[in-house]
Design a protein around this ligand. Structure first.
Ligand code: AMP
Length: 180
């Protein structure tokens, strides 16, 4: 019998050589356009987070927002947006980092997280872990503590999960795929 995670994996579309040659893109638009598959993914994430002690949910632009908003509703926790460079209007902290394809900057409003807030970080997918690591730095610059990370997809052979676990963070994911 297929587990519910195997069932959900059927809704992820693979696109070869996007956005660059050599990248196998794992597309979640085919998951979220099926309301049952989207709901099941959110239910599984909700069950994991329900057992953890935390104050806020911080999500990474832009596909992280899609998963974080329903989790914020389900768990009655405030939602924080971490955005790409020059999108946030108020005073902010910035962190530069390396991506699987290129460089990027992530930003957070200075008043999003209070000192000692325990924060769960959400994104659609973890690959090398660079984006997630930058998000953790933003939480910590804000005076908060990272209570854990949750991703819909873990590209298990790209080392991101191990990188973050070595730094002492808790990592959860719903679906595992190879990176290539
Ligand atoms: P990384 O910083 O290498 O862990 O990359 C994670 C971020 O880049 C996430 O925000 C993903 O949405 C995006 N990303 C990286 N690699 C892929 C991939 N192969 N398929 C889809 N999204 C990806």
């Amino acid at each position: 019998m297929m587990s519910s995670t195997d069932h959900l994996k059927n809704y992820i579309r693979d696109i070869e050589n996007f956005p660059e040659q050599g990248i196998l893109f794992r597309d979640i638009t085919t998951l979220i356009k099926n309301e049952e598959a989207f709901k099941e993914t959110i239910n599984q994430m909700t069950n994991i987070l329900d057992k953890l002690d935390f104050d806020k949910i911080a999500s990474i632009e832009s596909r992280g927002f899609v998963f974080a908003a329903p989790l914020s509703f389900n768990l009655s926790k405030p939602l924080v947006l971490m955005r790409k460079k020059n999108k946030l209007p108020a005073e902010k902290y910035s962190v530069d980092f390396e991506l699987e394809y290129g460089k990027a900057t992530l930003e957070i409003h200075k008043d999003s997280i209070n000192s000692k807030d325990k924060v769960i970080i959400i994104d659609d997918l973890i690959a090398t872990g660079g984006t997630a690591e930058a998000a953790a730095k933003l939480v910590e610059k804000s005076g908060g503590e990272v209570a854990g990370f949750i991703f819909a997809i873990n590209l298990f052979d790209l080392g991101g999960k191990e990188l973050l676990e070595k730094k002492g963070y808790k990592i959860f994911s719903i679906m595992d795929f190879p990176g290539h």
